[in-house]
Design a protein around this ligand. Structure first.
Ligand code: THG
Length: 603
């Protein structure tokens, strides 16, 4: 059916273009778009309230179905693909995956990008004036999730009437890097589900958007007739379209300074304005005993609370790691990411998919509706595998953390970090086709204060590597796992917290863009107790051979002193919720869906 439909439309368009009889506009170009719908299934939401991990279809099944349909449309002769009425960005990512596997013989006449790229318009449908999709995603977060494909136009269809849609189109027009399209319904539906807006009324409302310079493509959806389209066309006659950001500008300055990732909301890492982004570390089975226990016991709701807590305490991205010999990490990743989609307080954050298994990384990417960050790949297995994985990550629309690791092992010295990162940068930008802002270098934060001489420069070398990367690898970002730094002070959270906070203070000054941290365990630099700060900084900067000794000494004194802040551990702070008033706890439980104490509280 797709093939026959496309073929008929192609025939009609070609016939018009070759027919010079009266009424036809000579030289007018008619394009044929192959329409691809959202399907009735959401890849991001469970249709079964009792099981947030259930999905009727997988990403791969959706992609295969889309591929069959889209290939038939292309074979029938369409000029472009129109993915429309979208309510779930994960479905669209499946469609874009399918398109990247399709072939077309038609010359690409509508895209300046390349003849190889199949032109695509993505048109989203929103539920109401808030401008969120059915899954709860904002338009910018949606656009971010699908912007790995060089789309021709992005916009809205169906949803509401033109007047109601105008503020949303205006918003899109502010940040959209491609053309903006809008084809509304003929007003809001009446009680019978019909549409009453006349062609003239609708044309006026569409024109109001066009004169503001918001539109490149206009049209009509539910309730519109050929008369509506004719009226819109006449009303827009002579009005200039929205100025198109050229491909060159879309690829240059603006994109070089910012990476945007997304969950239900967009998270921009604005490097130019040096804002720093916290990535929550606690949703990691290797990094939190509590999280590991909850996952192995299948207590996903409680595990989600750990993620929610990280976000409340300042993380805008959360790192998810399920790598444990006792777990099926791929299955756990799929399940946990699916659970997240059903919990808006967690789903608003962007996800960092942390695994050393490729299948597990894929499982994360294929279940997240936003734009993710893969953590991580490296040159450990040589350049071919590295490039292959980078390309696959790009095709699925994620940014990627690159560890400073190669065939010889982990980089521990400044020179090795520089050599590996610059080699990786070249391969990624020149051979894998990644744009620099999607590359995040992790130059390895390793434990200091261990008493071993070779470890003494680990902190300085990391900080200097960050400075070097930010100066010499244009557009790339930097990250690191901060809690590694203090492994030799396990059991003394006050010292660890001071180490992390002081280290971050200096690393951020050197250009660190983001870090995997426990956001509940960071303090303001100026609030660190002065003697402790001096001890910590002496170890970080390796001022003298006795520095570690002094910190160990200080740490021991702090542990002895029962009244010091050493008692103020994360655990005590996390139990602070119990001290809040009953009213407050019930309110939080209701508003945020927290279940920690509600059962007793209700009693
Ligand atoms: N770089 C990148 N990814 C990473 C790391 C990195 N992922 C994992 C890790 N390193 C960062 N995450 C953590 C998480 C927790 C801890 C350290 C690093 C940690 N956990 C407590 C401990 O071991 O003492 C556990 C305490 C508990 O069980 O509650 O310190 O470097 N790209």
């Amino acid at each position: 059916m797709a093939y026959e439909g496309a073929r008929l439309a192609r025939e009609a368009a070609d016939e018009y273009m070759s027919d010079n009889s009266e009424g036809n506009v000579p030289g007018r170009k008619i394009l044929v778009a192959g329409s691809v719908g959202p399907t009735s299934k959401s890849l991001s939401l469970s249709p079964d309230v009792a099981d947030p991990g259930y999905r009727p279809y997988s990403f791969d099944q959706m992609r295969d179905a889309y591929r069959e349909q889209i290939q038939a449309l292309l074979d029938g002769g369409v000029d472009l693909i129109l993915i429309e009425t979208c309510f779930d960005a994960l479905n669209v990512k499946a469609a874009l995956s399918a398109i990247q596997e399709c072939k077309t013989i038609r010359r690409n006449e509508v895209s300046e990008i390349s003849n190889e790229v199949i032109p695509v318009i993505i048109s989203v449908s929103v539920g109401d004036r808030s401008g969120r999709t059915l899954t709860g995603q904002t338009l910018k977060a949606f656009y971010t999730a699908v912007s790995h494909y060089p789309i021709l136009a992005f916009g809205l269809n169906c949803s509401l009437g033109a007047a109601e849609m105008a503020p949303l189109v205006e918003e899109i027009s502010q940040w959209c890097g491609c053309a903006v399209s809008c084809y509304p319904n003929a007003g809001l539906p009446n009680e019978m589900g019909g549409y009453d807006q006349s062609p003239e009324e609708m044309a006026e409302a569409v024109k109001a958007m066009a004169v503001k310079g918001l539109l490149n493509i206009a049209g009509g959806c539910c309730g519109t007739t050929p008369d509506h389209i004719r009226a819109i066309s006449a009303a827009l006659e002579g009005i200039s379209p929205r100025p198109l950001p050229s491909i060159k500008s879309a690829l240059s300055v603006d994109r070089m300074v910012r990476l945007t990732v997304s969950g239900l909301e967009a998270v921009t890492l604005d490097v130019e304005h040096s804002n720093f982004t916290n990535v929550g570390e606690r949703t990691n089975v290797a990094g939190s005993r509590k999280f590991a226990r909850l996952i192995s016991e299948g207590k996903y709701d409680e595990a989600l609370q750990i993620a929610a807590r990280q976000i409340e305490d300042g993380a805008s991205i959360i790192d998810i790691n399920m790598d444990d010999a006792m777990l099926d990490s791929t299955r756990e990743m799929e399940r946990f990411v699916r659970y997240i989609s059903n919990d808006p307080s967690v789903a608003k954050a962007a996800l960092m998919i942390d695994s050393s298994h490729w299948e597990t990384i894929e499982a994360g990417l294929k279940n997240a509706q936003g734009k993710c960050i893969v953590n991580s790949i490296s040159l450990k297995e040589g350049p071919e595998k590295f490039i292959e994985k980078a390309k696959a990550i790009k095709a699925l629309g994620a940014a990627v953390v690159i560890m400073a690791f190669d065939e010889e092992g982990q980089a521990t010295t400044l020179q090795r970090k520089i050599d590996i990162c610059s080699r990786a940068y070249r391969l990624l930008t020149e051979e894998a086709g990644l744009s620099p802002e999607n590359i995040i270098f992790d130059a390895n934060i390793l434990a200091i204060g261990t008493g071993i001489e070779e470890h003494a420069r680990y902190a300085i070398d990391f900080i200097e590597a960050v400075r070097w990367i930010k100066t010499n690898l244009p557009g790339a970002l930097t990250s690191g796992g901060v809690s590694n730094l203090s492994f030799s002070f396990r059991g003394n959270n006050a010292v660890r917290e001071a180490m992390h906070s002081a280290f971050l203070y200096h690393a951020i000054k050197a250009g660190l863009d983001m870090a995997i941290v426990n956001p509940s365990m960071l303090q303001v630099y100026d609030d660190i107790e002065p003697e402790l700060l001096r001890c910590v900084e002496d170890v970080i900067f390796n001022t003298d051979p006795q520095a570690t000794e002094r910190l160990i000494d200080k740490a021991a004194r702090m542990l002895e002193d029962k009244d010091t802040s050493a008692k103020d551990t994360v655990e005590t702070r996390q139990s602070a919720s119990v001290e809040r008033s009953l009213d407050e706890r019930l309110r939080t439980a209701l508003v945020k869906g927290k279940s920690e104490t509600w059962a007793e509280d209700v009693h």
